[in-house]
Design a protein around this ligand. Structure first.
Ligand code: FES
Length: 119
């Protein structure tokens, strides 16, 4: 029996348990790209080292979309005032951050966990 915390498959059906396919892996090269999960806007991107990240698409400064920004090394740089956010959502300047979602790649798909399933 599959564990509900694991994406048994994030295939063409688009949704398996609380995991949602949001993109193909090749689409995140490195991003950022705007998507949504559970009706909430998210941004998906990769660090320079290839680490995948899915964050709420809201800058911790003034809430503008992080998906308008650019990847700079291991951080996502907000285009509006230059604040940067790490792959785990941490923003040094805000002394806080933006919400990070569980994200995985399965069979060439990028799968994000829908927080409505566990919170
Ligand atoms: S809104 Fe992102 S740095 Fe200001």
């Amino acid at each position: 029996m599959p564990n509900s915390s694991e994406p048994a498959s994030c295939g063409a059906a688009g949704r398996t348990d609380e995991w949602t396919v949001v993109a193909r892996s090749d689409d995140v090269d490195p991003g950022p790209i705007a998507r949504s999960v559970g009706g909430r806007p998210i941004v998906v991107w990769r660090t320079a080292a290839g680490r995948l990240s899915a964050l709420a698409d809201s800058c911790p400064h003034q809430g503008n979309p992080l998906s308008d920004g650019t990847v700079a090394g291991h951080e996502l740089l907000c285009r509006y005032h230059g604040w940067s956010v790490a792959s785990d959502g941490w923003c040094e300047r805000a002394a806080g951050g933006t919400r990070a979602y569980a994200v995985r790649e399965v069979g060439g798909d990028v799968c994000v966990r829908d927080p409505m399933g566990d919170r």
